[in-house]
Design a protein around this ligand. Structure first.
Ligand code: ZN
Ligand code: ZN
Length: 95
């Protein structure tokens, strides 16, 4: 699968999909909420609190503009900045 990206900080990792605000959290270390899931398509997704509060229609309307690819290492950093433990499900993502 070509689902790997190169991160300057974490090297080559698997990619995840997040909202732009979570990318912002990785940059400025400011927690904005972290609602994550392992989707049926096998991708890890995470949204901040405000994006997670959108209705499904609203979410899809903004997803193209607001969606970002993030490396798995940065995804973990954003989770821990928000005090969220990813657990075994996410750890198995790397295998
Ligand atoms: Zn967001
Ligand atoms: Zn990274």
């Amino acid at each position: 699968m070509s689902d790997r990206i190169h991160c300057d900080k974490h090297g080559e990792t698997k990619q995840t999909m997040v909202c732009a605000h979570i990318v912002q959290t990785v940059r400025d270390k400011e927690p904005r909420g972290f609602a994550w899931c392992l989707a049926n398509d096998g991708f890890l997704y995470a949204d901040c609190t405000s994006c997670n509060a959108l209705s499904s229609d609203e979410w899809h309307a903004q997803a193209d503009e607001n969606g970002r690819i993030l490396c798995f290492g940065c995804f973990q950093e954003a989770a821990s900045l928000n005090g969220v433990a990813l657990g075994d499900q996410a750890r198995s993502y790397l295998q």
